[in-house]
Design a protein. Structure first.
Lengths: 502, 62
């Protein structure tokens, strides 16, 4: 039977198992908004850890990071591990989000901000920020799946068919049982991601004669890739900070992951979630970077970084069956990110835009219905965006994956001062939050579109500096919600002490 | 200094190392034992730091 048949077979098995898991999750689905979007804050540590991992790590790792390593070397490892080191901030933010989520019943991170700043405009502003920057990011994931399936099937599966498969899976898994189906399917997908990527790395390392020979060959063939900055000029400090800064604050700037800080059922589950994610992230990052170096040795001379993974998988040393399983693994990474984005955006729309601004008297049932309708609508918008990009004559993945991912993370970074202020600065004000988010995001967009980089600093760096200055400056000249700030931060101070959190 | 201040200081120190060592100390070491090994060990240190803090957390009632 042909490779195309086995590709379709692999996809069918993946969808069938994922669907089965999602339907099993539905059996435990209760009623209400908190149940649908947060699984009633009762998720265990193991599932939380795997779901957080699958949501965080998208197709970017096995396509983008591999390509980045292939072309620019070890700086890619530093960049991605800087994100992981940023997870140190979880020791501050995880208990804080978790505690106030339980006390005040927040469903979305934006609702937390609205309440803390006593202004629905703050939640709406950060919600719009998320809608603007996460839809293109989701579209990039869809495109990744389309191109991957197209490549592995030798062109037999059209790009748009791959995109449609990803859209349908993401809609199904986020709609069937809300966070329960997303978390359970995420856990399943995280296991596929780590096992399949490790299997390919094992084959690649074996083909190069083991770890010792692999590293020796790398040092002999491309010593310049093992230092920063590289001889070619990549990974100067400005580039590193420009890329790493948005990634460093990913854990709080991206609502699809910060919303997960509400869901662990206990302190033990929180510990397992964070600990499990750190181990998963470290292993997955090393695997991705070693893939990139392996591809550099085995398929040298590529002109397009995003082809490093497909070319590596097409090598005769990789059995066809394994290549197909890995394709499923990367597809899983993409879909597990998209379904979480869809679920979060739907909760943000329902709670912070619809209930916050449009219809304040909406019932919980009505709010949930709005959220459920938003899931396919957002998915269709992302699909149309992805489809449009792939139809562009310049080419899709090569043209869009890096700038879109970069623009999305840099744009979302603008909410970070507002989030810090909510937890740590009683003097922070709603106007400071809104002005800093809007001005920072506009600046990032202008710099991204025009390609301007004054002093060589990247858009996210400039946006963040301006955002911090405006947040502090405007807050100092406006009136803070004193009573709420005292109550919110006072409650946290007491509760943190009880739990021995820092 | 409070525990929280210690935590932020340690995190800042880790970030300072993230830039200082690869760019100013190891920038001419074109071997796996250079920036690659540094970042791997550095990340392990960061992860162990988190685990040390996590182990002290205890359950709280709502």
């Amino acid at each position: 039977m042909s490779a195309t048949f086995w590709v379709w077979f692999g996809i069918a098995v993946y969808i069938a198992v994922g669907l089965g898991i999602a339907l099993m999750a539905r059996r435990q689905l209760g009623v209400g908004v908190s149940e649908f979007f947060l699984a009633n804050r009762r998720v265990g540590g193991f599932v939380s850890a795997l779901s957080y991992s699958a949501t965080t790590y998208s197709a970017f790792m096995m396509v983008g990071l591999v390509g980045l390593t292939y072309f620019t070397g070890v700086g890619a490892l530093g960049f991605e591990l800087t994100y992981l080191c940023g997870m140190f901030m979880m020791v501050f933010f995880l208990p804080r989000f978790w505690l106030v989520g339980r006390k005040y019943g927040y469903v979305s991170p934006m609702e937390l901000l609205s309440d803390r700043y006593q202004n629905r405009g703050v939640g709406a502003t950060t919600a719009i920020l998320a809608l603007v920057f996460l839809v293109p990011y989701g579209a990039v994931q869809l495109m990744g799946v389309g191109y991957l399936m197209n490549g592995v099937s030798g062109g037999a599966i059209p790009v748009v068919a791959g995109i449609i498969i990803a859209v349908v899976c993401a809609i199904a898994w986020s709609s069937i049982a809300g966070l329960r189906s997303v978390a359970w399917t995420d856990a399943f997908q995280a296991l596929i991601m780590i096992v399949t990527s490790a299997a390919v790395l094992g084959v690649v390392i074996a083909a190069l004669g083991g770890f010792g020979a692999f590293f020796s060959k790398l040092e002999a063939a491309s010593p310049g890739l093992l230092t920063v900055p590289t001889a070619g000029g990549s990974w100067n400090i400005n580039m590193f900070i420009g890329l790493a800064l948005p990634w460093l604050f990913f854990l709080i700037s991206n609502p699809q992951v910060s919303q997960r800080l509400f869901i662990p059922k206990s302190v033990t589950a929180m510990k397992q979630m964070l600990g499990g994610f750190l181990i998963f992230g470290f292993i997955y990052t090393l695997i991705s970077v070693l893939w990139g170096f392996g591809a550099h040795l085995l398929v040298p001379g590529l002109e397009n970084a995003d082809l490093a993974t497909p070319k590596l998988l097409a090598l005769p040393i990789i059995p066809t069956g394994l290549a197909i399983v890995v394709m499923i693994g990367i597809t899983a990474a993409a879909i597990s990110t998209i379904d979480s984005i869809l679920l979060t955006l739907s909760s943000v729309w329902a709670r912070d835009i619809h209930r916050g601004l449009i219809n304040r008297k909406v019932s919980e049932r009505g709010e949930l219905r709005v959220g459920q309708w938003v899931i396919p609508i957002m998915a269709i918008i992302a699909f149309l965006f992805a489809w449009w990009v792939t139809e562009q004559p310049q080419g899709g993945l090569n043209l869009m994956i890096a700038p879109l991912s970069s623009a999305a993370s840099a744009g979302l970074l603008m909410a970070v001062p507002t989030i810090f202020g909510a937890f740590f600065w009683k003097r922070a004000t709603a106007l400071g939050a809104m002005v800093s988010c809007i001005a920072g995001a506009v600046l990032v967009l202008i710099f991204q579109i025009t390609g301007a980089r004054p002093l060589g600093w990247w858009p996210g760096t400039w946006g963040f500096i301006v955002c911090v200055i405006l947040f502090i400056g405007v807050s100092l000249f406006t009136r803070p919600p004193k009573d709420k700030a005292e109550e919110f931060i006072g409650y946290l101070r007491e509760s943190l002490k009880k739990g021995n959190f820092i | 200094m409070t525990k929280s201040a210690w935590g932020w200081t340690w995190f800042g120190f880790l970030l300072a190392l993230d830039i200082a060592i690869p760019w100013f100390v190891l920038s001419h070491v074109e071997k796996v034992s250079g920036a690659f090994l540094f970042w791997a060990i550095w990340a392990v240190v960061a992860i162990i730091s988190v685990f040390i803090i996590l182990l002290k957390w205890r359950g709280v009632e709502k």
